[in-house]
Design a protein around this ligand. Structure first.
Ligand code: T46
Length: 134
């Protein structure tokens, strides 16, 4: 299990900015799915689950939000507030997302198709698995 910030190269000129994401390059896996979260209501938190195998790259292409990543033994908070930064999350990490700005558009690239069986939505079950893995 691991997480890290990936800095994307901004290709800009006097017309504005452009960022390209390419699988197995700056998005370091095969991209099978893309989804985005937007219009999140004030004060709402989402997530509250871990994934068994999924790799994801989350980018706040507009606005900001905070990820709370719980590795079982340690917790960290990561603010996403720039379209040129992506949060890579691989493996068994409990995630919560909060503090969405009203204009936040959170784009997520995923390594697998949607599969509810890959989710762990029970925190105690997550902790048991995470501590076994560490
Ligand atoms: C994650 C965080 C960052 C689908 O049908 N297909 C999909 O690809 C996704 C992502 C969701 N759904 C359905 C399942 C639920 O009925 O859309 C509904 C909302 O999904 P969920 O409650 O899981 O949303 P979040 O924001 O809690 O979590 C999502 C992802 O599901 C999850 O993989 O890591 O964003």
């Amino acid at each position: 299990m691991s997480s890290k910030i990936i800095d994307f190269q901004t290709l800009g000129d006097d017309r504005g900015s452009l960022i390209a994401l390419e699988e197995n390059y700056n998005a370091p896996f095969e991209i099978k799915r893309v989804y985005y979260i937007y219009d999140t209501k004030k004060g709402v938190a989402r997530g509250f689950h871990a994934h068994k195998h999924l790799k994801q790259l989350a980018i706040a292409v507009k606005g900001s939000c905070t990820f709370v990543l719980d590795h079982g033994v340690k917790k960290e908070e990561i603010v996403l507030n720039s379209p040129n930064k992506g949060l890579l999350i691989e493996g068994l990490i409990w995630r919560e997302m909060k503090d969405f700005s009203s204009d936040c558009v959170l784009v997520v690239l995923a390594s697998e198709h949607y599969d509810e069986d890959d989710y762990i939505r029970d925190y105690d079950e997550f902790l048991k698995e995470a501590l076994n893995d560490s």
